[in-house]
Design a protein around this ligand. Structure first.
Ligand code: FES
Length: 175
């Protein structure tokens, strides 16, 4: 039979009790840090991805009016093949007064628009329709130049660095 009470198990010396408390805390902290490290490390992209940081998309199979989404550095990038009519309309407009910008500054060729597919409000992925994109989260609207027309998004969709590669491909992540 064990007749030790809970009180009798506690160290009677306050300094010893304090020491044991610190040791226990340190061991627990080290355990939590060790358990978290693989998770924290997994949030960093692999070195080769950071170094490369480019995505290439072939343009031949994107018909006028169609859009393809490509992953680039963990983000969606919309590559829209604009029809002549869509491009002309965008060239004639400056977007809205939320973030006015000429279409000319946002494209390298009138028939191709390349934008990061993340809403500039809180980062949702806007949904495509023929006149642009609608954000399903809080209703921001973007035109076919990726410019914000209304809603809480403060700025236009971001245009990433990209370059045309022999007219039949786009390399995203290189200027
Ligand atoms: S995240 Fe797009 S409107 Fe809020």
């Amino acid at each position: 039979m064990n007749d030790m009470t809970d009180e009798s198990r506690k160290p009677s010396d306050p300094k010893r009790r304090e020491f044991l408390g610190k040791v226990t805390g340190a061991v627990a902290g080290a355990g939590v840090a060790a358990a978290c490290w693989p998770f924290v490390r997994s949030m960093y992209p692999a070195a080769d991805i950071l170094e490369k940081g480019t995505s290439t998309i072939k343009l031949g199979n994107i018909a006028p009016g169609e859009m393809k989404t490509v992953a680039w550095r963990g983000k969606p990038v919309f590559v829209l093949h604009r029809t002549d009519e869509q491009a002309e309309r965008m060239m004639r407009s400056e977007g809205s007064n939320k973030d006015p910008q000429s279409d000319e500054l946002r494209v390298q060729k009138p028939d191709w628009l390349v934008v990061v597919g993340l809403c500039t409000h809180l980062g949702c992925v806007p949904v495509r329709h023929s006149d642009g994109w609608s954000c399903p989260c809080h209703g921001s609207e973007f035109d076919n130049s990726g410019r914000v027309l209304k809603g809480p998004a403060p700025t236009n969709l971001m245009v990433p660095d990209y370059r045309f590669d022999d007219d039949d491909a786009i390399v995203i992540g290189e200027a």
